[in-house]
Design a protein around this ligand. Structure first.
Ligand code: FES
Ligand code: FES
Length: 160
């Protein structure tokens, strides 16, 4: 079937199988390989994107279900469309706070943080833990990730 959607502000269309996952559409057909696939059990959160503003594990959604949706991936986070290499404040905070080591989980962590800060611009520790509970990191121990979320909140005008 043919799907039409908006990805990072650009209208896109593709022919997909009924069982094509959104994660595979993004990576394999649209070559947006910043969306990672780290498990086949819907647990790791590396594949997190925004679907109509909602953080969504793109391995849990069929491409067909995304027909007509607005998708934002890690590649689309730049606050300046004419300078796509400019980092979003959440990306800057993860870099500044060393909120990553190998980086495999990082796109998903950042997309979940963007969604979290939309819901809670001034999150409590509990809200940060809850907001990132669907994202696993095998490297950092999470301390610097939580620091990065707080730094991003402060940079965006929230923060405690
Ligand atoms: S790839 Fe692990 S939750 Fe999607
Ligand atoms: S930085 Fe390696 S899995 Fe999170």
């Amino acid at each position: 079937m043919k799907v039409e959607l908006v990805v990072n502000g650009q209208p896109r269309s593709a022919d997909v199988e009924d069982n094509t996952l959104l994660a595979d559409l993004l990576r394999d057909q649209f070559k947006l390989t910043g969306t990672h696939v780290g498990c086949d059990t819907s647990q790791c959160g590396c594949c997190t994107v925004l679907v109509d503003g909602q953080t969504t594990k793109s391995c849990t959604m069929l491409a067909a279900q995304a027909d007509g949706a607005q998708i934002v991936t890690i590649e689309g986070l730049s606050p300046n469309a004419t300078e796509p290499d400019q980092l979003h404040p959440v990306q800057q905070a993860f870099a500044a706070c060393h909120g990553l080591q190998c980086g495999f989980c990082t796109p998903g962590m950042i997309m979940s943080t963007v969604g979290l800060l939309e819901r809670h611009p001034n999150p409590t520790d509990e809200q940060i833990v809850e907001g990132l509970e669907g994202n696993l990191c095998r490297c950092t121990g999470y301390v610097n990730i939580i620091a990065a979320v707080k730094a991003a909140a402060a940079a965006q005008g929230g923060g405690r």
